[in-house]
Design a binder for this molecule. Structure first.
Ligand code: DX5
Ligand code: ZN
Length: 219
């Protein structure tokens, strides 16, 4: 089964709850929440207050993607606000092992993200500590970019690494996913698809979720 993770980065922030309800009713499994600090990436977006406000209003798994420096300082506040899964970037530095342990200790699932140019060997010593590996197929910072096809073999490589080690972590792919690119990404091994502009950028948001799932199943 392929899971859908609509990214609220492309939602209408003036009517955020309505947009979120639409993807939930359309059957999306995860709500992908892109957190940016204007340092790790050039953009600034959402903080724990938004997570906290949405939490009592929907049941989807809250998937918080931290594109920030010093993520260890903020993990706890996002979990307290209602995050179910917290993903941190390998490239954000610090003591990755300690940050991932902290996420699980505080009761959430732990995810690790890799930018397009980062080699999967960086996962080697932390792979058993994660519930999800997020592979970026665009350079993080903005929605609406084109998928970088050179990353596709990395999806398969990570899937193989997990299989060889008998690990159950999911592989999530993020960036430039739409009805034209979904099948290739799934074929390469993706379990969870993040999509911002292809879902919230559309007039009929619910139809966009269903369309993307259909396209993914062709993979
Ligand atoms: C980019 C974010 C993505 C973004 C994807 O830095 O991590 O989650 O919302 O947007 P689309 O689907 O439009 O490429
Ligand atoms: Zn993201």
């Amino acid at each position: 089964m392929i899971k859908m993770a609509p990214s609220i980065l492309s939602a209408n922030f003036a009517a955020l709850l309505e947009d979120v309800m639409m993807v939930e009713e359309a059957g999306a499994e995860y709500l992908h929440i892109d957190v940016m600090d204007g340092r790790f990436v050039p953009n600034i977006t959402i903080g724990p207050l938004v997570v906290e406000a949405l939490r009592p209003r929907c049941a989807m798994l809250f998937d918080v993607h931290l594109m920030i420096e010093r993520p260890e300082l903020h993990v706890e506040s996002f979990i307290n606000a209602g995050a179910d899964l917290v993903t941190v970037h390998v490239e954000s530095g610090g003591h990755l092992h300690r940050t991932l342990s902290l996420i699980r200790e505080k009761g959430a699932r732990a995810g690790i993200a890799l930018n397009p140019a980062t080699h999967p060997s960086t996962l080697e010593y932390v792979l058993p500590m994660v519930d999800l590996v997020l592979l970026m197929t665009v350079n993080p910072g903005f929605g609406g970019q084109k998928l970088i096809p050179e990353v596709l073999p990395k999806i398969t490589a990570v899937k193989d690494m997990l299989k060889e080690r008998g690990l159950q972590a999911e592989v999530q792919v993020d960036g430039g996913i739409n009805s034209s690119t979904a099948a290739a990404v799934v074929k390469a091994g993706a379990d969870v698809l993040v999509a911002g502009s292809a879902i919230f950028g559309r007039e009929d948001i619910a139809a966009a979720v269903r369309e993307l799932r259909k396209a993914a199943l062709r993979g």
